[in-house]
Design a binder for this molecule. Structure first.
Ligand SMILES: [Zn+2]
Length: 381
């Protein structure tokens, strides 16, 4: 029987070489060949191809231990740039990143309720970041991380503002840019970021801000569901006949644990606008109204978290909210509310990084650009 030809195997080897460079770079060709158990000639030929494309670079010379010094290779940090956006009902942020996914520049604007006006803000955001790129370098791609529901074919199913619904944001952007573009739900992008930063582990993440989202990563893949809408945890019903929700139901989780709804509830109680900083201060003063609201927050978040753990049995259960960040002893109190004898998780993590959606989106973009199964960060096991 004839074995597979080198030509057939080359794309597979290219993927493996790229993943090895991402995970272990800077690394010599000899070490890449040894790790992958392929010939040094194959590694040399693939690295020549990647060098020509400017995607990898000679990074340094290995310390001499006698004999010839080995040249080390790494992903070329300046081989191209990624522009990653977060689009939420309140802000549109843009981040310029290099190929090592380091942040180079950052910009933020207010979202407009009208899709067409916001689309112009999106174009301005991208164009202003393009201007900051070194002229001779290409854009690898644009990542859009959207705090709303998007279908697998990139149509907006649900967003806070009506004029955005049924729009194909990716198609609209493709008329202006010819590079690779991806469109992700922001909670999914945040979950992917965390999975990459936790040695590519399985996890679930509940993020609470203007809305409530759930990101699910299993086997290095985001769980999307049939249409792409999986993870709409903000609209699971936690209180029969509860607070009416814009989605048409009553008693949705979002109405009880999103940061905006909590501050709104507190503002009504206090009869004045309450910001997250006011919340933090009032909590530190044991304000009775804040304690009452926090009590409900614990109650409904525990229902949601218990349900997620029972459905997915994640390795890591991650919670992200400015309300949580304002409660110093949150995790000790909250853990006591998660004592299911049925299911389990390895670790509960509180996480805050307001650019993790943009960075997670950049990881997903690089995954597709390099045509690898999943993104792997340098130093991951
Ligand atoms: Zn709802």
């Amino acid at each position: 029987m004839k074995g597979l030809s080198n030509r057939t195997l080359r794309p597979l080897y290219r993927r493996k070489v790229i993943k090895t460079l991402l995970q272990y770079g800077p690394i010599s060709r000899t070490d890449i060949a040894a790790k992958l158990n392929i010939s040094k000639a194959t590694v040399s030929s693939i690295s020549e191809e990647l060098l020509k494309k400017n995607l990898i670079a000679e990074s340094s010379i290995a310390a001499s231990t006698g004999g010839r010094k080995a040249i080390l290779y790494d992903i070329n940090r300046n081989g191209g740039y990624i522009i990653s956006l977060e689009i939420t009902p309140t802000y549109i942020s843009g981040t310029l990143l290099d190929l090592h996914v380091n942040m180079i520049s950052d910009t933020c604007s207010e979202t407009n309720k009208e899709y067409s006006s916001s689309f112009n803000i999106i174009l301005e955001t991208i164009n202003s970041l393009i201007k900051e790129m070194p002229k001779e370098q290409p854009i690898i791609g644009i990542s859009i991380n959207f705090r709303g529901t998007v279908s697998k074919d990139n149509v907006i199913k649900y967003f806070d503002y009506d004029s955005w619904r049924s729009r194909n944001l990716l198609e609209d952007l493709s008329k202006h840019y010819s590079c690779l573009i991806n469109l992700n739900n922001e909670a999914n992008a945040r979950a992917y970021y965390n999975s990459v930063h936790l040695d590519n582990s399985d996890l679930t993440l509940i993020t609470m801000g203007t809305g409530v989202g759930l990101g699910i990563v299993e086997d290095n893949q985001i769980y999307l569901g049939y249409h792409g809408y999986a993870g709409e945890i903000g609209h699971i019903i936690v209180e029969p006949d509860g607070i009416p929700c814009p989605c048409g139901n009553k008693g949705c989780l979002e109405s009880y644990i999103s940061t905006i709804e909590i501050l709104k509830r507190l503002s009504t109680k206090k009869n004045k606008a309450i910001t997250i900083n006011d919340f933090k201060y009032l909590y530190s003063q044991n304000d009775i109204d804040v304690l009452e609201v926090v009590n409900d927050f614990y109650k409904y978040l525990a229902i949601a978290t218990n349900n997620v753990i029972n459905i997915f049995n994640p390795k890591y259960m991650i919670l992200s909210s400015e309300i949580i960040d304002s409660i110093p002893n949150f995790i000790e109190i909250f853990k006591q509310k998660l004592n299911s004898k049925v299911s389990d998780y390895e670790r509960l993590i509180i996480f805050s990084n307001n650019r993790s959606g943009a960075i997670g989106g950049a990881y997903l973009l690089l995954r597709d650009f390099f045509d690898i199964e999943f993104y792997i960060k340098n130093g991951n096991k």
